[in-house]
Design a protein around this ligand. Structure first.
Ligand code: NIG
Ligand code: FE
Length: 402
């Protein structure tokens, strides 16, 4: 197989594998056929490489796997800046939602938007993810609510994916029941028709279980339908109120549970046993002034913990995964190593792509060359992405060398 790219002169290489994080100094990476062929000490790399092979000199910088975003809502139209301003003056997210704003305001804008507007908006968000070092992102529908509209959003996510270097893993999100719908009939329609129809367009089903969204019984029915069609299962669980949704997720073998600000006492052990990844979303806790998810309790129980932006127009409008690492370390008691695993190995596990978030031979040739030589600085220097060059499948797609 011919070599696509050699990255030389790496000061610190972060290799991620089942054992955890490993650091190699004076390292090199070789990508062939879009995949990692070698990642390790430069001295182990034979001197026989073809001089014509494309090379990037990292000038002593840090190189890591491309970051993996495990939880994002990147397809929507409209702006909720006015609501943000209201919240800055003291209004709560719940009050705004009860007055017909919040998620429903984005639903109105999304339903009214043409396909081109939705795809363009998604592409620009993916540009910003790339500038933050992300090369694979989970991507939820959820702002149409009606069956045809949700299927449209999944098709448009696939259209955006075909046009952008950031890879996507689409998820059908059952966000809230439409206010004008007979909710029993709505759930029945998704169970019998829409979830099976969505299955070829997505990889997972996510249900938001909370006051104002789906009940625990509705959530169970929807998740069971998703499981029957072979989709991975996710649950937006225990965000505002404790519903028991995390326990349900563990019982059904869900791939991930999201938020978890109000997690109950027994859930961490159950989630750990089920291998369900806890996708913690510091941006939503920060924006909504919620308590920080208790990451230490989950880690102590043996849970896998990933970090996501929750990128959406209301509760966390950001594409910065490095900022989430900073918040996790500054406010949630996570270590720098745990934060890095949360945006690489654990996020890849949540998304269901074992070949992402690692530089093991055969992994995707997705790398970030950072503007620092120390992985700790990426977390310490919050709010300023230190991303230099981003490489996807052995091609530099952003930054110097692209
Ligand atoms: O993940 N929790 C529910 N849904 C989104 C918020 C969506 C919105 O406000 O538009 C979330 O935080
Ligand atoms: Fe979310």
């Amino acid at each position: 197989m011919s070599t696509d790219l050699v990255v030389r002169n790496i000061g610190e290489l972060l290799v991620v594998d089942d054992a955890g994080l490993g650091r190699v100094h004076d390292a090199a990476v070789v990508i062939a056929g879009g995949r990692v062929a070698f990642a390790g000490p430069a001295r182990e790399l034979g001197a026989t490489l073809d001089v014509n092979v494309r090379q990037i000199d990292a000038h002593g910088a840090l190189v890591t796997p491309g970051l993996v975003e495990p939880h994002a809502h990147p397809i929507f139209a409209g702006s909720r800046a006015a609501e943000f301003a209201e919240r800055a003056r003291g209004a709560t997210y719940a009050e705004i939602q009860a007055a017909g704003g919040g998620i429903l305001s984005t639903v109105r804008a999304t339903r009214a938007a043409g396909d081109d507007v939705l795809v363009e908006g998604t592409l620009r968000r993916l540009d910003r993810f790339l500038l933050n070092g992300v090369t694979l992102a989970e991507a939820k529908s959820g702002y149409a609510l009606d069956p045809d509209g949700e299927l449209r959003l999944l098709r448009l996510l696939q259209a955006a994916r075909a046009r952008h270097p950031v890879d996507l893993s689409p998820t059908l999100l059952m966000h809230v029941p439409p206010p004008d719908a007979d909710r029993t009939e709505y759930v029945r329609q998704f169970v019998s028709h829409t979830i099976p129809a969505a299955a070829p367009l997505c990889e997972a089903l996510d249900v938001y279980c909370d006051v104002g969204a789906f009940t625990i019984d509705e959530t169970r029915r929807l998740l069971e339908a998703g499981r029957a069609t072979g989709l991975l299962l996710r649950v937006h669980a225990e965000q505002f109120t404790h519903t028991g949704a995390a326990d349900l997720a563990a019982e059904l073998g869900a791939r991930s549970v999201e938020h978890l600000e109000q997690l109950g006492p027994d859930a961490p052990a159950r989630l750990a046993r089920a291998g369900t990844v806890c996708n913690l979303l510091p941006g939503a806790a920060l924006t909504l002034k919620l308590p920080w998810p208790d990451a230490r309790r989950m880690i102590a129980a043996g849970c896998r913990v990933a970090l996501g932006t929750d990128c959406n127009p209301g509760s966390s409008h950001t594409e910065s995964l490095p900022l989430m690492m900073s918040l996790a370390c500054m406010q949630m008691g996570m270590t720098i190593e745990e934060a890095w695993l949360g945006v690489t190995r654990e996020a890849a596990r949540a998304v269901g792509r074992a070949d992402a978030g690692t530089l093991r031979p055969g992994a995707r040739g997705d790398l970030v060359v950072w503007q620092t030589d120390d992985h700790r600085e990426v977390v310490q220097r919050y709010g300023t992405p230190l991303v230099g060059t981003v490489i996807v499948g052995g091609q530099a797609v952003s930054g110097p060398g692209s």
